[in-house]
Each structure stands twice: as C-alpha cells, then as structure tokens.
Design a protein around this ligand. Structure first.
Ligand SMILES: *[C@@H]1O[C@H](CO)[C@@H](O)[C@H](O)[C@H]1NC(C)=O
Ligand SMILES: *[C@@H]1O[C@H](CO)[C@@H](O)[C@H](O)[C@H]1NC(C)=O
Ligand SMILES: *[C@@H]1O[C@H](CO)[C@@H](O)[C@H](O)[C@H]1NC(C)=O
Ligand SMILES: *[C@@H]1O[C@H](CO)[C@@H](O)[C@H](O)[C@H]1NC(C)=O
Length: 439
C-alpha cells in the first residue's frame, strides 16, 4: 500500500519534470543563446540594446538599487509611511554606509575596467538622438569625492564632455582622486587653470570661465553647456535633458529678474576680496553701455554661441571685467547677459521676459524663507531634510515633489543629511535611463 502510493507519487513527479522541466530548459537555453547574441561588453560605446532582453541584461548589471529596507518606488510615489520609516532608519547609526575615500578612488582607478564596472558607469549611448546631441558640463567642486563621483555617474554619457574645476585650496589627495577618476573616462578632464574659490566672489565665475574656455577647445561638438556644483543632483535622464534643451530653440535658460533693491549695493560699490568680499565706501562706475543689471543665480543653461561670445563680444568682455570687484557676480552676471541683445540666445530686457527660478529649468532650490502651506500662498512645502544658509538640503520626503518639477537639476543634496534620498534618486534615474519611464 505504502509502496503503491510512493510509486504513484514518483510517476507524478517524473511527469512534472517532463511537463515543466523541458520548457524551462528550452527557455534557459534560449536566454543563454540570446545573451551571447547581446554581446555583453560594458565598455563598448555601441552596445546593442535593440532587443528587450538585452536591455534587461544590461540593466541587471548596471542598476543602482538603494541599500537598506526602504522601498524607493513607494517613496518616489509619495508614500508618507515609507518616508517616515526612512526617517527612523536614519537615526540608527549601524545603518550608516561608509563612503568611499579619496584613496579608494585612486586605488580602484588604476584599472579602469574595474573602476567603470564597480561604479556602474554607463559607457554606451542609449539612443541616436542623444548621440547626435552632446552636452558640455562645467563641474565646480572642492571636496566630497564620493558625492562628486555619484553626480558624475548620474550624468555621464560617452558622447558628452565634462570639465572638472577643482578648487586650488582642495587637498592634494582630493585632486589626485579626481584626476584618477577622469583618467578612466576619455571625455572627462580637469580644467587647465585652477582658482582659489572665495565664497560670493568673482573667483566662482572665473572657475566656470576656465572650464568654458577648455570646453570650447574640446573636439566635442556640444550644443549646450550646463554648470553644476558638488551638491547638485539631476532630476532628469540624459534623454530627457536633450529633449528639453532642444525645446529651448536656441535660447539660453536661467533665472533672470528685476533685482530687489537691497541687492543693488552688490554692484554699486567696490568690494575688497579677503576671506569673503568686503564692501568699501567707494562707488563703482556704471556698467558698460549702462546696461540694466538683472538678478539670478549661478546655475544656467547656455548655448554654445553664448559661451563663445563671452570671449569674443567686446561689451560682454567689458562687463566681465567690470564685475570683478562686485559681490557675488555669479548671481547677476549670467542673468544680465541673458537680457543683453548682442548675446546669442538672450531674450529682450522687457520685464515680460523676466523668469523666476521656479519657471527656469536650470536649478530647483527650496528656500527656507518661502516654504510653507501652498494653500496659503507658499510656492512649496517644508523641507524634510535640513537647511544650510536658508537652502533646503533635501530629505526623502522631498523626492515626490522634486521629480514632478520641470527642472533638470536640484540643489542641495548631502549624503550626511540624507543619503537615502540620493540613493532613491539614483535608483529611479537609472531605471528611467534604460526604460524611458519610471518603474
Ligand atoms: C516596492 O513597492 C512597489 C509598489 O508599492 C512594489 O511593486 C515593489 O514590489 C516593492 N519593491 C520591493 C523591493 O519590495
Ligand atoms: C581588477 O579586478 C580584478 C578582478 O576582480 C582583480 O583581480 C584585480 O586585482 C583588479 N585590479 C586592480 C588594479 O585592482
Ligand atoms: C594654486 O596653488 C598653487 C600651489 O599651491 C600656487 O602656486 C598657485 O599660485 C595657485 N593658483 C591660484 C590661482 O591661486
Ligand atoms: C585652445 O587650443 C588652442 C589651439 O589648439 C591653444 O593654442 C590654446 O592655448 C587652447 N586654449 C586653452 C585654454 O587651452
């Protein structure tokens, strides 16, 4: 009796093996065959992603899943319970990830194939449209090597070109680590000239100008220039950035508004540059041609012709020279040139063309003083990270709002404040890079 049952069971099992095993084997063999056909080569700029299966295989190798047990899809979709869980997890010191050091980067970059594989750089272009529309990046940084590498990885594409300006005050090992990373990526280089960047002084503009000059000299035929700093992170994929830049129709894009009266002293007086710029009582001359000064910020989207004109147009050159002893020229120079009719891609200086930071595409910032209840007229809700000089350093609770905005980049992010927010953004962007849409 017992033997009978066991014999029956055995027959059942072997039938199952036949019914399920053979098709499974066939599928596995087919997948192996297809994966050979995919020609998995992570350093081949012409990776073949035409088949869904190859795309899947590449994505599995290059995805950036957030560590920890919090579900980024839920967080990105605005699930408040999940956000609350990450806030609790953040308090547990054991959960903290130890960031990679400058020495780690110098070591792993000795073998570039190891570096790009370990750090999951995407070394191939994902569409024809992107291949034909290279972008130039000017990245001005001074510390936090891992954050720099994560920012670079999130915007890296082999057809683009990246100039890194490392502050002359940065440590020698930091500079070595940046050079080591750049040595593994053929289209990434450090600027030929380095500035000591003093907060709110001309040197911040000069750092970008150094990169702009080098980028004009590169062999890449880039269409637009985007400048970033070490605390920025993208909200869009390269494909989305290309689409948005094309829609600008050859115009630059940035914040550019009538200046509030309290800011006017910044260019009406001569400043002495010490540890920070100090106002003197010496009045400055009017700007060349008496052109109206507009107010904006340091982060802009510029056409190639605009960048060229900075070095060629005589009024632009005079204005740059004139701005050298002002306070925070980065926050009015681009905005002013954007309204000067001789500059390529500019718009008229009529106030109908004023553009606020929220209407511009370049950079999304949450100012502490403007946060509040949208029902009561605030432009955005409270920061869920913390504030540095009135600027929100984003927390996971800000992600749902961030990804719904049209901006290409947001500022500020800091792994010390909320690494999970950055990780979720990395996971989200990497998926979208491969599949063109969120999970
Ligand atoms: C995260 O949440 C989404 C949507 O709620 C779900 O589909 C997915 O399976 C979850 N992922 C993980 C790893 O639990
Ligand atoms: C690169 O990776 C291989 C395999 O993981 C390892 O054997 C080799 O030592 C690595 N090279 C360097 C320079 O770290
Ligand atoms: C940068 O630093 C080097 C060595 O520390 C120094 O010689 C050079 O003058 C500095 N350059 C600037 C622009 O400050
Ligand atoms: C740009 O290239 C030209 C010629 O190749 C060279 O003379 C010039 O010094 C370069 N400029 C910079 C800033 O590297």
């Amino acid at each position: 009796m017992l033997q009978n049952v066991s014999r029956k069971l055995w027959r059942l099992k072997s039938n199952r093996v036949l019914i399920f095993g053979i098709p499974a084997l066939c599928i596995t063999m087919m997948m192996v065959y297809l994966s050979l056909d995919c020609n998995l080569d992570f350093n081949n700029p012409n990776a073949d992603l035409r088949s869904e299966y190859c795309r899947y295989i590449y994505y599995q190798e290059l995805k950036l899943p957030a560590s920890g047990r919090n579900n980024c899809t839920k967080i990105i979709n605005g699930d408040l319970d999940e956000v609350r869980k990450t806030m609790i997890d953040k308090l547990i010191i054991a959960n903290r990830r130890v960031p990679a050091t400058e020495r780690d980067y110098i070591e792993v970059s000795k073998d570039c194939a190891n570096f790009t594989k370990l750090k999951k750089f995407v070394m191939f272009t994902l569409s024809e449209e992107e291949r034909d529309y290279p972008i130039a990046y000017s990245m001005v940084i001074h510390d936090n090597i891992e954050m720099f590498e994560r920012l670079l990885r999130s915007i890296y594409m082999p057809q683009n070109v990246y100039c890194i300006h490392v502050d002359n005050k940065s440590s020698e090992t930091f500079f070595e680590a940046v050079k080591a990373i750049a040595s593994c990526l053929p289209n990434v280089f450090v600027s030929s000239k380095r500035e000591c960047v003093v907060y709110a002084s001309w040197s911040r503009v000069q750092a970008d100008l150094n990169c702009m000059e080098d980028l004009l000299n590169s062999s890449v035929d880039w269409k637009y220039l985007i400048n970033t700093c070490g605390t920025d992170f993208p909200l869009k994929t390269n494909a989305e950035i290309v689409k948005k830049l094309k829609l600008l129709n050859g115009k630059n894009n940035m914040e550019s508004e009538q200046p509030p009266s309290h800011k006017k002293q910044r260019w009406e007086y001569h400043y002495e540059i010490k540890d920070s710029p100090l106002r003197t009582n010496i009045k400055k001359n009017a700007p060349p041609l008496n052109i109206p000064i507009f107010s904006g910020n340091a982060y802009v989207l510029l056409t190639r012709d605009f960048v060229k004109s900075l070095f060629e147009n005589s009024i632009a050159k005079e204005l740059l020279e004139w701005a050298k002893d002002t306070y925070s020229p980065d926050e009015f120079l681009w905005a002013t040139l954007q309204r000067f009719h001789e500059m390529p891609g500019s718009v008229p200086n009529h106030m109908k063309y004023d553009t606020t930071d929220l209407n511009a595409l370049a950079r999304l910032v949450k100012w502490g003083s403007l946060e509040g209840d949208i029902k009561n007229g605030a432009p955005y809700t409270k920061c869920t990270g913390k504030h540095i000089r009135d600027v929100c350093v984003y927390g996971t609770g800000d992600l749902h709002w961030l990804i719904q905005q049209h901006h290409l980049f947001a500022n500020k992010f800091d792994p010390e404040v909320d690494d999970h927010a950055i990780q979720c953004l990395e996971e989200y962007l990497r998926y979208k890079l491969f599949y063109g849409k969120p999970v």
